[in-house]
Design a protein around this ligand. Structure first.
Ligand code: X5A
Ligand code: ZN
Length: 738
């Protein structure tokens, strides 16, 4: 499990000889490398050797004339001549070393792609320049000469077993050249988020708008997300990620992802004029990392404000290395302009993608979509938009520095030495007579070394954090009445066997929480033994809530998210500092008004497609808005295919759920298996997928083929409507603001 990095000292040579302030400068490279080194990231990577691209490789995406013209400028030291040739092109400068450095940038991108495709490293980053995504088949453009990303993608298709590639272009400029190069190729899905302003922003092309969806066999495989305003924030980018990028990526099911990785969309960049913080790139990266068995590379494009460029690139690399995402501020809904863009993209792509066709959003927007996207550059309308656009009042450098310093301080960050602590209930403390589970051996054989923590017994006082002694006594009494003939049950609280078992259960969870907040482990997982008769468990004592209360009291936490995934109903809890999101079947008779309760499910058929949509449209937006400091996931792993209810979630979903949630709270996530009376047949697989996600081992590919049915849509919609007044982030799901 290693991350590759490719770079070369020669990437500092090409520079503008007649304008030392030219934005595409050698300092861009050095500042990234320096920041990655200062965070100790480069040392943790496998160094991939840079090499020049071969002529054949260049010719896979460019014409002979294109290659030869640049070659003819090599070692040309006549500055005036260089400047003259440069001026023939849009935003281009030439340097005597340009040709050689461009060969090196393209070749290095190929080498990295190859290393990942061959399995030498799991993922990686190419710190290269000049950038590439504006370099067209036969035209240099926008600081770019050879299209590094396109050449690497073509190499993968031609020379490796890779069949489908997703290119995510988050550079603030539209990668028009990359779009052109794969416009009719269904093997490459090009997804670009870019500043557009209805055509007023460079490269001012009609083809950068959302209605340009590809051509021929490639129709539907080009997705443009134009931003028509500046000052877009994390809220906007994450909404685009959750509502467009991830659903598409899941449905497209690529076996390789290439990020065309420009940081001119980051805060402080003079070209982008956006407000995205560097940490946001880590969040997007980590969301993409589980979709291709981990095969993902980032290739540098633009980025001209050195501080956020360096920080953004470093945090991307840090995410690739598997470190927890830095916490970002609580997210709200995207701005109106981005909502409109998201709806427009869904509208034009619903013909090609089921995830959009059946999107809950789609049904709402259909009657009101405005088909007026044919805005030509010179119309009155776009002029007006252009004049009124500037929401981005330049932040003065001092304030920007403070903002960035805060961000950068935050990223010294939480990174405990152990990714996942594990406790498996042992039989001595248990009311069960079942054989000790072999889950440990199973996990070990699949994921290697495991870090085991010790069990401990909780005190009665700790139980009192959530339940009164009266309540506990009452539970025991009820339990004893049912089992009057059972000699195992004693009268006093201290000796009651069921209670003692419960106390070991809770104590172990508290042990995990302590280890997390003492920075020994990042996350933890608790594995429970089956109880032969579930009634013997003290089922009206809630271990998750006790754990949450413990963390609130001991570590002064303010926001804990408990996510419950159980087929049968569990009690809901009211508390200001705890948000319970409960995915469960029956809700009758429960109050759903409380802000801190989000009960979501009420039908019997729940499949991977349903769950994924629910996750992306409902659970993740709420979770990102809530911004928890700790997540407790409580499950019986019983939402599987073997249950009588017809619920059809595969174990893979548990892994993805875990991975998606672990982007929050610095990855502080505790998975706890709830009491069970018999294991579901897929329980071990579920545990394995969750463990892999926590350990940073690539999880199985999510394969959502089934479409959302109408009933599901209705249920999701009802849930959204019920919660929309408490959660701004859900606004995107409906037409009008409430
Ligand atoms: C790679 C990149 C920007 C070109 C801007 C020209 N190019 N005005 O960010
Ligand atoms: Zn750019």
């Amino acid at each position: 499990m290693m991350t590759g990095v490719v770079y070369d000292d020669d990437f500092t040579v090409h520079g503008c000889l007649w304008d030392e302030n030219y934005s595409e400068s050698p300092q861009r490279f050095t500042s990234i490398l320096q920041r990655c080194n200062s965070l100790g990231l480069i040392d943790r990577c496998v160094k991939i050797d840079a090499r020049p691209a071969t002529r054949e490789e260049l010719l896979s995406k460019h014409t002979i004339e294109h290659v030869d013209l640049l070659k003819s400028t090599q070692d040309l030291h006549d500055e005036e001549l260089l400047e003259n040739i440069s001026s023939e092109y849009d935003s281009i400068y030439l340097h005597p070393f340009t040709y050689k450095q461009c060969l090196l940038a393209a070749g290095s991108s190929i080498e990295l792609a190859k290393a990942v495709a061959d399995g030498r490293v799991i993922n990686g980053m190419a710190i290269v320049r000049p950038p590439g995504h504006h370099a067209m088949k036969s035209e240099y453009c926008g600081y770019c000469f050879f299209n590094n990303v396109a050449i690497a993608a073509q190499y993968l298709l031609d020379k490796t077993t890779v069949r489908k590639i997703l290119i995510v272009d988050w550079d603030i400029h539209h990668g028009q050249a990359t779009q052109q190069m794969f416009y009719d190729d269904p093997r490459v899905l090009y997804f670009s988020i870019h500043r557009y302003e209805h055509g007023q922003f460079w490269p001012n092309l009609r083809e950068s708008d959302f209605d340009h969806v590809g051509h021929g066999n490639g129709t539907g495989f080009n997705v443009n997300v134009p931003l028509n305003k500046t000052a877009m924030k994390n809220d906007d980018y994450m909404a685009i990620t959750h509502y467009l990028l991830i659903p598409l990526a899941i449905e497209f099911s690529p076996d390789f992802i290439i990020i065309s990785s420009g940081y001119d969309s980051a805060i402080g960049d003079p070209k982008g004029e956006m407000l995205v913080t560097p940490a946001c790139y880590a969040h997007i990266t980590q969301k993409l990392m589980n979709l291709t068995h981990g095969k993902i590379i980032s290739i540098l494009e633009g980025g001209y404000y050195l501080k956020s460029l360096a920080e953004g690139a470093a945090l991307t690399l840090r995410a690739l290395l598997g470190d927890p995402c830095p916490v970002i501020d609580s997210l709200r809904q995207p701005c109106d302009s981005v909502m409109e863009t998201i709806r427009s993209v869904i509208h034009v792509h619903a013909m090609y993608w089921d995830c959009f066709k059946y999107s809950i959003l789609y049904s709402e927007i259909l009657p009101e979509i405005r088909y007026d996207f044919v805005v030509e550059k010179s119309t009155e309308k776009s002029k007006i938009i252009y004049q009124t656009r500037n929401m981005y009042s330049k932040i003065d450098t001092k304030r920007l520095d403070t903002i960035l310093n805060n961000i950068i301080t935050d990223t010294r960050l939480f990174n405990p030495p152990i990714r996942m602590g594990l406790i498996i209930e042992t039989v001595e403390h248990s009311i069960t007579n079942t054989e000790h589970s072999d889950v440990y051996e199973y996990l070990k054989s699949h994921v290697g070394h495991l870090h085991i923590l010790n069990e401990r017994q909780s005190t009665i006082k700790e139980l009192n954090l959530a339940h009164s002694t009266k309540h506990i006594e009452y539970m025991i009494q009820m339990n004893q009445q049912k089992y009057t003939n059972d000699n195992n049950y004693f009268e006093s609280i201290e000796n009651n066997l069921a209670l003692n078992t419960f106390r070991y259960f809770v104590g172990s969870l508290l042990q995990i929480i302590d280890s997390i907040f003492e920075s020994k482990i990042r996350s933890g997982i608790y594995v429970k033994l089956p109880v032969e008769d579930s009634a013997k468990d003290l089922c009206f004592l809630n271990a998750s809530v006790i754990s949450a209360k413990y963390a609130i009291q001991k570590y002064k936490l303010k926001r804990i998210l408990i996510i419950e995934l159980n087929e049968d109903i569990s009690q809901l809890h009211y508390d200001d500092q705890i948000l319970v999101i409960s995915v469960q079947r029956i809700l009758n008779g429960l109050s759903l008004e409380n802000k801190n309760i989000t009960a979501l499910w009420s039908k019997e058929i729940l499949n991977d497609a349903d769950f994924t949509t629910m996750m992306l449209h409902l659970i993740l937006p709420i979770a990102y808005e809530y911004n928890p400091e700790l997540i407790i996931m409580s499950t019986k792993f019983d939402l599987n295919m073997n249950t009588i209810s017809g619920i059809q979630i595969t174990p893979i979903i548990y892994g993805h759920l875990t991975q998606w949630l672990s982007t929050l709270a610095n990855g502080k996530l505790m998975v706890c298996e709830q009491k069970v009376n018999s294991y579901s047949i897929y329980r071990k697989e579920c545990l394995l997928e969750c463990s892999k996600a926590l350990l940073g081992i690539p999880i199985s590919k999510l394969c959502v083929k089934k479409q959302l049915n109408l009933e599901t849509k209705q249920i999701l919609h009802n849930n959204i409507k019920r919660h929309i007044k408490n959660w701004k982030s859900l606004q995107l799901n409906i037409n009008k603001l409430v």
